[in-house]
Write a protein that binds this ligand. Structure first.
Ligand code: IPD
Ligand code: CA
Length: 293
């Protein structure tokens, strides 16, 4: 019996997702961000705008028309308890980087992924402010603006964290166990060796998980670590990263096989020494994140 995968025209899906991302991009760049009532959101730092909702509506309607049999999971229509199934599923974040969008900082993307049998299979991440497009199909490589292969430069071997630039995110959760694990880990990563730290070259926090994964895929960032984001933040970037030779594992120590909806992630760029880098990073984590367990 043929697998679901062999029945799908992944190139056509990829091209269609790019067209949808461009259309969404016009909506995003011409919009005036208006935040909406907190609703299901957890606190005053968990922002959502009318544009997030309007873009998701356009994307879901357009995808449903073209692919009526596919499932859909989107940030703005997700309900607690919704589960990713083995069916081909579009996993969509209409705006990744909503805080940046509201504040006019142009590190914002639309993230359109397709998962098949739970596996990220097609990914399109588009920053409409800089007109930067990252895309990939499983098994066929990852590209910047259609034609430039990722990573963008020959990868140096990954040495140790003391020569790495690490991307992390604070997220909107500002209390509890995971906030403590993250902030204490950040402090350790930056601290000097005399003070018992890893002395990384730099710690970055840009505000879009999808673009962070593309930064690791490009080779500009060595690692990206986060707990708390969702499948729609990472599905598309996952394909781009892994097709660019990157590795993505659990953000808690010990699990090399994280699922797309596992909510804790550690991504490492292409380069010799990838696994040793994962192990070194895991060794610096101060405790265990509870999200996703
Ligand atoms: C957020 C961004 C941010 C990450 C959060 C996400 P949103 O997505 O990706 O970088 O730290 O966990 O929720 O809310 O802008 O779509
Ligand atoms: Ca979002």
């Amino acid at each position: 019996m043929p697998s679901i995968m062999s029945d799908l025209n992944l190139q056509e899906i990829h091209d269609f997702l790019i067209a949808v991302a461009k259309k969404a991009g016009e909506m995003i760049t011409t919009a005036r961000p208006t935040t909406v009532a907190a609703g299901e959101k957890k606190n005053s730092a968990d922002l959502v705008t009318e544009t997030d909702q309007a873009v998701e509506k356009m994307v879901s309607t357009t995808l449903k028309e073209k692919y009526p049999d596919f499932a859909f999971m989107g940030e703005e229509t997700y309900k607690p308890g919704d589960r990713l199934t083995a069916a081909p599923t579009f996993i969509v974040d209409p705006i990744d980087g909503t805080t940046n969008f509201v504040h006019g900082y142009p590190y914002v993307s639309i993230s359109l992924g397709l998962a098949v049998e739970h596996k990220p299979t097609v990914g399109v991440v588009f920053n409409p402010f800089t007109q930067t497009l990252y895309s990939a199909i499983k098994g066929r490589g990852a590209f910047l603006n259609h034609t430039t292969p990722l990573p963008l430069r020959d990868p140096e071997p990954l040495r140790q964290l003391d020569s790495a630039v690490v991307c992390v995110e604070w997220g909107s959760e500002r209390t509890g166990n995971d906030y403590k694990v993250k902030s204490e880990t950040f402090r350790k990563l930056c601290a000097s060796k005399e003070d018992g730290g890893a002395m990384v070259h730099g710690l970055r926090s840009f505000g879009s998980a999808a673009l962070n994964l593309c930064g690791v895929a490009s080779g500009a960032l060595d690692l990206y670590w986060e707990g708390g984001c969702w499948a729609w933040d990472v599905c598309a970037g996952w394909v781009i990263l892994t097709e660019a030779g990157g590795l993505i594992v659990d953000g808690n120590p010990g699990n090399w096989e994280q699922s797309v909806d596992g909510r804790r992630y550690l991504a490492v760029r292409k380069g010799e020494g990838q696994k040793a880098m994962v192990e070194e990073f895991w060794g610096w984590i101060q405790g265990k994140m509870e999200v996703g367990i």
